[in-house]
Design a protein around this ligand. Structure first.
Ligand SMILES: [Zn+2]
Ligand SMILES: [Zn+2]
Length: 512
C-alpha cells in the first residue's frame, strides 16, 4: 500500500519533464529552470519558492557563464556561443543520465525541517492578516481548480475558471491545438503540499506541489500518467478567505453560486465582473515537475523501505496549538486527551483502514476518509483488481505513535501523527502466488497521518464507534461513494461529525 502510492518505484527521478500541454510556454520555463535558476530565484512573485524541490541540479555554473557572456560580448558572438554551450550541456546531461546518475538528491532531514519551519512561520503571518484562512480548505480549493482545469482542457468551459486561473494559462489551455485533440479524465489527486508562502508587492502567494494521476486520451489511445506539478497561487493582500462551502467547490466569489462565467469573466448569476486575485486565490503559474507513464507491473514491486529511522518532523508551532486546543475544549489535562486520541482514534482508524485496504473492501472505510483520500486510494485498489492482484497486509502491529503537528483554525482542528508499524506486506495473484514482498519477513515502516474535524464537534473519543454513522448512529454500511449516510442524509467525509483521515504521507517525504 505504501511505497508505490504515487510513484513508479522503478523510475529514476528525472529532470523536469514536460507534457506537450503548454508547448512554447513549457520550453521557455524548461530553459529557465535548466540554465538560469538565478532568474527564477529573483523573479517577483515566485521568489524564494523555487529554491527547493525537484529542480534539475547542475545549471548554476552554466547560468553564471551565460550571464557573463550576455553582458560582456556582442550578440553576434554571444548568441552562437550560448547555443554551443546549451547543446554541449544537453549532450553532457544525456550522457550522465545514460550512466544512471540520478540528478536530484533526496531532501535531507534538516532541509525538510527548515522548509517546514519557513512555511509554518510565513503561514502564521498570513493567518494574522486573514484569520479565516484554513490550510485544509485551501487544499480543497486547490484540488477543485486542478480537477476542473484538466477536465476542461481544450474546451470552452475553461471560461468558468476565469476568476481562478491567469488569462495566459487559460488561453494556452484552450487554444493549443494539442489540447483540442486530447481528453483528460479519471483525475485523481493524491497529495497537496505547501512548498512556500510569500508576499510580493500587493499579492500574497502560496506555492503547492500536487501529486496526481490521470488518463490522457489522444487519437483513441489512452495513457495513464503519474504527475507532480508545482502550482503558484496568488491573491491580493488583505482579502479574507471564503467560508467552507465556497472553498470546497468552485463558486462565484461574489455571490456563492456555482462557477458559471461569461467569456469576459462576468458571473452569469449575479453579474459581477470578477478580476482574478481580487476576491479569491488564482493560479498564476503551472510547472510540471515530473511525469511518468503508470505501469501496472509496478504494483507487485517492492523497494527497500526508506525513512523509518528518520527523526519525527515536529511542527515548530505545536506547543502554541496544543494550548489553543486545550483552551477551546476546556481540557483539564492534555496528556490524558492525547492518550485518548491515540488509543481511540489513531490506533483504531489505522487498523480499520489497513484492514479495508488488505481485504480490498475500500468502501468499508468510506466514512473514515476524506473524499480526496478515498478517491486516490480507490484508484490503486481498482488497479490491483484489474490485474487480479491483491496487496495483503498480515499481522499488522502498531509500535508507536508520535505527535507531529496540531493545527486549529477558524473552522477545523487537525492532528498529524506519525505511526510506526510492522506487517507482512506482499502481493498475490488469483492463485495465491506471491509476486512481491514477503509473508515471512515483517516490514517495518512509518507514515504521517492527518486527522481533521470541524470545530465544535464533541463526540467523546472513547464513545466513538468505528462502525456507525457519527451523526445518526445507524450502521455505517450505506455511505455510497460520496460518504452520505443513507439513513440520515448527512455527508460524513468533511469532518462535520467526527474525526476524518484526510492525508497520508510517507516518512521519507513528509515536510509538514
Ligand atoms: Zn456571482
Ligand atoms: Zn447517519
Amino acid at each position: 500500500m505504501r511505497q508505490y502510492i504515487f510513484q513508479d518505484p522503478k523510475a529514476k527521478r528525472r529532470a523536469i519533464h514536460f507534457a506537450g500541454i503548454f508547448s512554447i510556454f513549457s520550453i521557455i520555463v524548461l530553459l529557465i529552470f535548466l540554465f538560469i535558476p538565478e532568474i527564477s530565484l529573483a523573479r517577483p512573485g515566485g521568489g524564494q519558492s523555487y529554491s527547493g524541490g525537484s529542480g534539475s541540479g547542475g545549471g548554476d555554473g552554466i547560468a553564471g557563464l551565460i550571464f557573463w557572456i550576455i553582458l560582456q560580448l556582442p550578440p553576434q558572438i554571444s548568441v552562437p556561443l550560448i547555443i554551443v554551450i546549451i547543446v554541449f550541456y544537453f549532450l553532457k546531461n544525456k550522457k550522465e543520465k545514460n550512466h544512471n546518475q540520478t540528478i536530484t538528491s533526496a531532501p535531507t532531514y534538516s532541509n525538510k525541517f527548515n522548509e517546514f519551519n519557513s512555511v509554518e512561520s510565513s503561514l502564521e503571518t498570513l493567518k494574522q492578516q486573514d484569520p479565516d484562512f484554513s490550510r485544509l480548505l485551501f487544499w480543497d480549493f486547490v484540488g477543485s481548480v486542478y480537477h476542473k482545469f484538466y477536465s476542461y482542457l481544450g474546451e470552452s468551459a475553461l471560461k468558468n475558471l476565469k476568476p481562478f486561473v491567469a488569462d495566459y494559462i487559460l488561453n494556452e489551455a484552450q487554444n493549443n491545438p494539442l489540447n483540442k485533440q486530447t481528453n483528460i479524465s479519471e483525475i485523481v489527486i493524491g497529495n497537496i503540499k505547501l512548498v512556500s508562502v510569500y508576499e510580493s508587492g500587493d499579492y500574497t502567494g502560496i506555492v503547492v506541489d500536487i501529486k496526481s494521476n490521470y488518463t490522457q486520451t489522444k487519437a483513441g489511445k489512452s495513457t495513464r500518467f503519474i504527475l507532480t506539478e508545482r502550482w503558484m497561487f496568488n491573491r491580493k493582500k488583505g482579502v479574507l478567505s471564503k467560508a467552507p462551502e465556497q472553498m470546497r467547490d468552485l463558486k462565484c466569489p461574489a455571490c456563492g453560486a456555482p462557477a458559471d462565467f461569461t467569456d469576459a469573466g462576468e458571473c452569469t448569476h449575479c453579474g459581477t465582473f470578477i478580476v482574478a486575485g481580487e476576491m479569491q486565490w488564482f493560479v498564476n503559474q503551472i510547472t510540471i515537475i515530473r511525469q511518468e507513464v503508470f505501469k501496472t507491473k509496478g504494483l507487485a514491486h517492492y523497494e527497500q523501505e526508506v525513512g523509518t529511522d528518520y527523526p519525527t518532523v515536529v511542527s515548530p508551532l505545536i506547543d502554541t496549538y496544543i494550548q489553543r486546543f486545550v483552551q477551546n475544549h476546556q481540557l483539564q489535562d492534555w496528556s490524558s486527551y492525547w492518550q485518548n486520541f491515540t488509543d481511540n482514534i489513531a490506533y483504531k482508524y489505522f487498523t480499520e483502514i489497513y484492514k479495508a485496504w488488505s481485504e480490498m473492501q475500500w468502501q468499508k472505510a468510506r466514512h473514515l476518509l476524506s473524499d480526496r483520500l478515498y478517491e486516490s486510494y480507490n484508484f490503486w485498489i481498482e488497479a490491483y483488481k484489474r490485474e487480479h492482484l491483491q496487496n495483503k497486509l498480515d499481522n499488522l502491529s502498531i509500535k508507536k505513535i508520535d505527535m507531529a503537528a496540531i493545527e486549529v483554525d477558524k473552522y477545523y482542528e487537525a492532528f498529524t501523527v506519525r505511526i510506526f508499524a510492522s506487517c507482512y506486506d506482499y502481493v498475490i495473484n488469483q492463485e495465491g502466488k506471491i509476486l512481491g514482498g514477503s509473508r515471512k519477513k515483517a516490514r517495518y515502516f512509518s507514515e504521517y497521518w492527518t486527522f481533521m474535524r470541524r470545530n465544535g464537534v464533541e463526540i467523546k473519543e472513547s464513545e466513538f464507534s468505528l462502525h456507525n454513522c457519527p451523526n445518526c448512529g445507524a450502521p455505517a454500511d450505506k455511505m455510497g461513494q460520496a460518504a452520505v449516510c443513507e439513513y440520515c442524509g448527512a455527508k460524513i467525509s468533511n469532518g462535520d461529525f467526527s474525526w476524518i483521515l484526510t492525508r497520508i504521507v510517507q516518512d521519507e517525504e513528509y515536510a509538514g
